[in-house]
Write a protein that binds this ligand. Structure first.
Ligand SMILES: *Cc1c(COP(=O)(O)O)cnc(C)c1O
Length: 380
């Protein structure tokens, strides 16, 4: 199967014969619907892996975020605190419920939510009488936010935490798996994530009521009666049984895929070690799942900009991306309330996400590292 050109992708899907086998078996089983044994097993296996009692498989991480926020009662008039450095889906899901996002800045070292700023913001919102329905944290690029401090802080205000672990399946924070923090957590299985169902997501929670409400809303809010009875507006958010089968195969390979990404990150760490003015986002912390590895460049000290490296790699058909453009800089969220330090904007302007996928073979990794070394040699 030839789907790769000469171009090195940032984070392409990592699919092989096990996935083919599981998918074909599901197809032949006749369960070609958003219901079936692979769906049930996929939920059970992910719940087991993360160590949470309930898992609801849905059609995307965004749908899971929407359901999690509905599950904690977010709606018009509410505010949900969201890190500004994230993918738009995190903030969009807040808006779907009718609530408004308030954006908070990040730590320069990790890009994860700045807990001191969050503390100040919660105090200010409390003082102003603003109803804060949730703090929606993000485990950026597969490294967990600082839950040891976030959870007790939010507890003080009686505000539930929802964990957007879309990027972080397989990461561990002080012995606890990503996806196990807060009232509910969300995973994504989009094509570029650590493991994929081509498109899909999962809601995780210890709250049985929240899980069954999410399951009900995801299935068009059908009442449990023979005829079609509806007392609420529902959604068509369930995952296909075929895609769940694909997910089950990927889950078998999750640890192997994380190891592969870790090795890629390690390669970058070695190439950039001792290069003045360059650091890896997240530094030497390898407790994440190493979903994406990025460098942050101080142009004064390095003598070059992140964009220069991007151009060098682009010319060699190596894909890179800027770190997320912060939500408070997006025209669509221009009027949102914020608590900022400038850290997210700095990372956006000076960061570069490098090819990090587990599907990269040895030759591709060697090629990219060689291209980076060539660039660095040219700047010395
Ligand atoms: C990918 C992603 C999502 C959305 O997941 P989809 O499955 O693509 O809908 C949400 N939040 C973050 C942080 C993500 O990276």
């Amino acid at each position: 199967m030839i789907i790769q050109s000469h171009r090195v992708l940032l984070s392409g899907p990592d699919i092989g014969s096990l996935e083919e086998e599981y998918l074909l078996a599901a197809l032949r089983s006749g369960w070609v619907a958003p219901v079936g044994p692979d769906l049930d097993l996929f939920e059970r296996e992910i719940a087991g892996r993360v160590g949470v009692p309930h898992a609801v498989a849905v059609s995307s991480g965004t749908a899971a975020l929407h359901l999690a926020l509905l599950g904690i009662g977010a709606g018009p008039g509410d505010v949900v605190v969201v890190p500004t450095l994230t993918f738009a889906a995190t903030a969009n899901a807040v808006v779907y419920t009718g609530a408004r996002p308030v954006f908070v800045d990040c730590y320069p070292a990790t890009g994860n939510i700045d807990v001191e700023l969050l503390a100040g913001l919660l105090a200010a919102l409390h003082r102003d009488g603003v109803p804060v329905r949730a703090v929606l944290t993000v485990d950026l690029y597969g490294l967990c936010a600082d839950y040891e401090r976030i959870l007790p802080l939010c507890d003080q205000y009686g505000v539930p935490v929802v964990e957007d672990a879309a990027e972080a399946l397989g990461a561990v924070h002080r012995g606890r798996p990503a996806g196990s923090f807060g009232r509910a957590a969300v995973l994504s299985f989009n094509g570029n994530k650590i493991m994929t169902t081509s498109g899909g997501g999962m809601l995780l929670t210890a709250d049985g009521g929240l899980a069954s409400r999410a399951r009900y809303l995801a299935g068009q809010a059908r009442q449990p009666v023979e005829h079609y009875e509806h007392v609420e507006i529902g959604y068509n958010y369930r995952l296909s049984n075929l895609l769940a089968a694909l997910g089950r195969a990927q889950l078998c390979r999750l640890d192997e895929m994380i190891e592969r990404r870790r090795a890629v990150r390690d390669g970058y760490a070695q190439v950039f070690a001792g290069v003045d003015g360059v650091r890896l986002l997240g530094g030497e912390d390898f407790s994440g799942n190493c979903w994406l590895t990025s460098v942050v460049v101080d142009p004064e000290r390095a003598g070059w900009r992140a964009g220069d490296l991007a151009a060098h790699l682009r010319a060699r058909e190596v894909e890179t991306r800027p770190i997320f453009k912060p939500m408070h800089l997006q025209p669509v969220f221009a009027r949102a309330r914020t608590s900022l330090s400038g850290a997210a904007e700095h990372l956006y302007e000076n960061g570069l996400v490098l090819p990090s996928g587990s599907a990269l073979d040895e030759n591709q990794v060697r090629r990219v590292l060689g291209d980076v070394m060539e660039f660095l040699d040219g700047r010395r």
